[in-house]
Write a protein that binds this ligand. Structure first.
Ligand SMILES: [Zn+2]
Length: 234
């Protein structure tokens, strides 16, 4: 199933796709759609383009510490800004262990991320690693007390129907097969672009080989940069 087909199921059922906001969720008929961008701005951009073509917007959570992308590189930065200009919301995808380290606070991460965009970003954030409940609470309290940023999972969407394709599958079943979907209850859906980005362009993807494509793309980027800057034959 392609991402378009997957998303179309929700639209056909009558769901409205919502971005994350400080208001918090409504219980009926809303799909709160989020993407944690772990590996690739290119894939996120392709997913955003699919959504834009379908007339919906999502919230994209972006890292500032990703080993595999750079929010300030010319092409990736353009793509990120295109996403924001087309109505997608940008938040921070945060590595929680950093919050206890001096000098790399969540505020610095937010400031870095905002400086990559032409317009203000959202104050919502998500975390990269699963946290224990106590750690969540500690992070939540720290963040609220210090900076008033809003973590999606605890502050606003705690105890709310949640589905994620972490590690490449819906571990607790597809949302489309759920009672939540059957009764058109609202849900929080976390889709990682990497698992849907098997082929290019995104509009045609049918398989989950995003990791291979990612490796290929990173090598291409290195070669391109080498060619642009050095007189080398590759
Ligand atoms: Zn992540």
């Amino acid at each position: 199933m392609t991402y378009q087909e997957f998303l179309k199921n929700f639209l056909d059922k009558g769901y409205s796709v919502e971005t994350f906001s400080e208001k918090g969720p409504e219980p009926e008929g809303k799909l709160y759609l989020r993407h944690d961008v772990d590996f690739s701005i290119d894939f996120a951009y392709e997913m955003a383009a699919v959504e834009t073509a379908m007339g919906v917007n999502a919230t994209y959570f972006i890292r500032v510490d990703a080993p595999t992308y750079n929010i300030f590189s010319k092409t990736e930065n353009r793509k990120l800004n295109w996403m924001q200009e087309n109505g997608h919301i940008i938040g921070l995808h945060y590595v929680p262990e950093e919050f206890i380290k001096e000098g790399f606070s969540i505020k610095i991460s937010f400031d870095l991320l905002s400086s990559a965009f032409h317009f203000p970003i959202s104050k919502m954030f998500t975390v990269h690693q699963p946290l224990k409940r106590a750690e969540w609470k500690a992070l939540s309290e720290y963040v609220k007390a210090e900076h008033s940023y809003l973590d999606v999972n605890i502050s606003y969407y705690d105890n709310f129907p949640y589905f994620a394709d972490s590690r490449g599958s819906f571990r607790f079943g597809s949302p489309l097969d759920s009672e939540v979907f059957f009764f058109k209850k609202s849900l929080h859906l976390n889709i990682h672009p990497i698992w849907w980005a098997g082929t290019s362009p995104f509009a045609e993807f049918t398989s989950r080989h995003g990791t291979n494509r990612l490796k290929h793309q990173i090598i291409q980027n290195i070669y391109r940069d080498l060619k642009e800057n050095y007189n080398v034959s590759i």
